[in-house]
Design a protein around this ligand. Structure first.
Ligand code: NDP
Ligand code: GDP
Length: 336
């Protein structure tokens, strides 16, 4: 019988890590993953996977836990998805963001180089590397003009991955993913904030979860957001994790843009989400300067044609369907 492949995922309890674990288990992999000891294992996206995956407690700040986890599991594939992943928080935590989201990548690459140098390595790069680029459509050749501390850290992570590939011959790929959302998205991101807000308002929830400012998400039937004109290329996370895996199945390691090549605004998202439950977003959403940012990235779409041609990957879930599935999931979650 063929030996089961082993995958090691950092950030396994996050949105992408948990979908990737689902996907790889389905493919017959043995899956191990890193999470912080401070994370509440019962409140995460992986409750349904406990017993099917191995958990290592560790931190991207601590090289030795990473090295010993790689030595112990001897993975065929390593997916580095852990990060301080919230761009909005990177202005208030710029040094921590650099330590985790930038230098954390080097720690992981060193851990792999020391513990299992022939493992294939995926780095969770981001469209934030393009930052303020004056391109309406970005692809693998677009210059990196990151304009917030998170984006700058992601440029470092992307380039150090490429550097290890070129310097040591490691099979290391950077997936430049545009925003991708799902019912497992953190509440401090705008899409989930909106769908959870819609569900709280529709169901008249008395004690809504807290927003990123530590206040109730909904007060007197109103949801406070920031810049409603901001636009993003939003896809469905469950589909994006397949692209990560496909990159590591190629003969040669390369970088790929993963996106939908379409743009919608926060306002479009609000309109569609409130319509799902028969409400008018204008009655419930307010824009407040508290949630706006010092700089915004350019409203750019992602050109995924290289991924389509070489990986056979393309997005399937459109914007309206994504909003619908997220609203339905939050309604169901709160009804339970
Ligand atoms: P999440 O925020 O859902 O998951 C990130 C995970 O990283 C969390 O589980 C978190 O653990 C873990 N983490 C944070 N800090 C540390 C640390 N110091 N040591 C170890 N683990 C840590 O993000 P996503 O799943 O959405 O994203 C996955 C990756 O892809 C991230 O690197 C993100 O920056 C990147 N990305 C995401 C995009 C998106 O739209 N979702 C777009 C482009 C890139 P804990 O549970 O303990 O908090
Ligand atoms: P990001 O693209 O990874 O930063 O994802 P976010 O979901 O955090 O933000 C997407 C866009 O929504 C950004 O341009 C924000 O300025 C905008 N936005 C508007 N209101 C809010 C809000 O209340 N919270 C967050 N997080 N973003 C908001």
């Amino acid at each position: 019988m063929a030996k089961r492949k082993v995958a090691f995922i950092t950030g396994i309890a996050g949105q992408d890590g948990s979908y990737l674990a689902d996907f790889l288990l389905e493919k017959g992999y043995k899956v191990a993953g890193l999470m912080r000891r401070t994370s509440n294992i019962r409140r995460t996206n992986i409750t349904h996977l406990l017993g099917k995956i191995s958990i290592e407690f560790g931190d991207l700040l601590d090289y030795h836990t990473l090295e010993s986890a790689i030595k112990k599991h001897q993975p065929d594939e390593v997916y580095n998805l852990a990060a301080q992943s919230v761009p909005a928080d990177s202005w208030t935590h710029p040094i921590y963001t650099g330590e985790v989201t930038a230098l954390g990548v080097t720690r992981m690459l060193e851990a792999v180089r020391s513990g299992k140098p022939d493992a294939k390595f995926y780095q969770g790069s981001s469209r934030e590397v393009f930052g303020g680029a004056r391109h309406q459509v970005c692809n693998e050749e677009t210059p990196y003009l990151a304009n917030n501390p998170y984006g700058v850290a992601k440029v470092y992570g992307h380039l150090i991955t490429r550097t290890y590939r070129e310097s040591y011959g490691m099979f290391a790929c950077g997936g430049i993913l545009f925003n991708h959302e799902s019912p497992r998205r953190g509440l401090h991101f705008v899409t989930r904030k909106i769908t959870m807000g819609v569900a709280c308002i529709k169901l008249g929830i008395a004690n809504p979860p807290l927003n990123e400012a530590g206040e109730p998400l909904v007060i007197d039937g109103k949801l406070l957001l920031g810049n409603l004109e901001a636009k993003r290329d939003w896809g469905y996370a469950k589909e994006y994790v397949e692209a990560m895996w496909l990159m590591l199945q190629r003969k040669e390691p390369e970088d790929y843009v993963i996106a939908t090549n379409s743009l919608n605004s926060v306002k479009d998202f609000c309109k569609s989400a409130f319509e799902q439950v028969g409400l008018n977003w204008k009655d419930h959403v307010r824009s407040h300067v508290q949630f706006t940012r010092p700089t915004e990235i350019t409203a750019s779409r992602g050109d995924y044609s290289k991924a389509k041609k070489e990986l056979g990957w393309e997005p399937k879930t459109g914007f309206q369907d994504l909003v619908k599935l997220m609203v339905e999931a939050d309604l169901e979650r709160l009804s339970r």
